[in-house]
Unconditional design. Structure first.
Length: 316
């Protein structure tokens, strides 16, 4: 394994999601996206060993590794473990699985991980067992930070408390589902996914846990031209009267500010999550989309408290 990339204070306004790298996004375009993301100040690359699904395997981590090796850029890669794509409601969080997956990802990526995130939760596994394993991964040099994705606020607090009581490295990352548009609740779409709420954000701020929300554009529902392969599913999950109002207000606000709606949607998360540090994950398929998203994401100072309330408030 090579020397760890320096942690550095800069994390950038937006994390680059890589789910389609090697699948819908061919390698050369992925390399271009990675170049532009870094050029515009992005530093965190969000990936997983189950990203970039193809009939012959998963490609995303390998593509990120090739880009980092070719450019020499010390990428801050955050990857995950614990998810079986065939059973998205199931987590495999035993110590052997977590250790093996983290080490394999670090080896594949060619450096110490900037972050290693437990992809799902299994409440039947004592939080101390997961905390002990995560601490070991840091002390052995496999990763610089650990965290959780789709963990409830209560379980994340249990991990933090256990780590502090036993003098272990506490989680520094949390990756909940979160966007301006809330999921339909009748019934809840994909109930195994955990959505951020004010309590989760308060916990993150209190314990200096960086928030890396995913599906920040409501899986494309908030984008003007969503034509991805999951379009029908996303419409089912997000197309509600309240979300239609939020989307209309988002587009009007973006037009007033001279920005793309996608970028304002990301800026909203950064502003609404304060004082927690929020680095929205976005997965553009083109450089234009990426530039629009990152330019808009830095417009947080333009979003006044009244604007934030207007964007998220109920229809009148």
């Amino acid at each position: 394994m090579t020397t760890p990339a320096p942690a550095g204070p800069a994390i950038g306004p937006v994390a680059l999601g890589t789910f389609e790298f090697g699948a819908a996004i061919p390698a050369q375009r992925a390399f271009h996206l990675l170049d532009v993301h870094h050029e515009l100040g992005g530093r965190i690359i969000d990936t997983a060993p189950t990203y970039g699904p193809t009939p012959s395997g998963y490609r995303a981590e390998a593509i990120v590794a090739r880009w980092a090796a070719a450019t020499g850029i010390p990428a801050a890669v955050v990857t995950k473990a614990g998810l079986d794509p065939a059973r998205p409601d199931h987590a495999a969080l035993d110590p052997d699985t977590l250790m093996r997956s983290a080490r394999q990802s670090a080896e594949r990526l060619g450096s110490t991980l900037a972050g290693f995130v437990v992809h799902r939760d299994d409440p039947t596994i004592p939080v101390g067992e997961i905390a002990d394993t995560a601490h070991r991964l840091i002390t052995e040099g496999t990763t610089l930070r650990v965290g959780a994705s789709n963990w409830t606020t209560e379980r994340l607090q249990q991990w933090i408390s256990y780590a502090r009581t036993h003098n272990l490295n506490a989680p520094q990352l949390t990756s909940p589902l979160w966007s301006l548009a809330a999921r339909r609740t009748d019934p809840v779409s994909e109930p195994w996914l955990v959505e951020a709420d004010p309590t989760h954000l308060t916990l993150a701020a209190a314990h200096r846990v960086t928030v890396l929300p995913y599906r920040t554009l409501a899986a494309g529902y908030l984008a003007p031209n969503h034509s991805g392969r999951h379009r029908t599913h996303h419409a089912t999950a997000y197309d509600t009267p309240a979300n239609r109002v939020r989307r209309e207000r988002l587009y009007a606000t973006a037009a007033r500010l001279g920005l793309a709606p996608e970028g304002v949607a990301l800026a909203y998360l950064r502003a609404a999550g304060a004082p927690a540090i929020v680095v929205p994950v976005t997965g553009p398929t083109s450089v234009r989309q990426l530039r629009d998203a990152m330019t808009g994401a830095t417009s947080t100072p333009l979003l006044t408290p009244d604007t934030l309330t207007h964007l998220s408030g109920a229809a009148r």
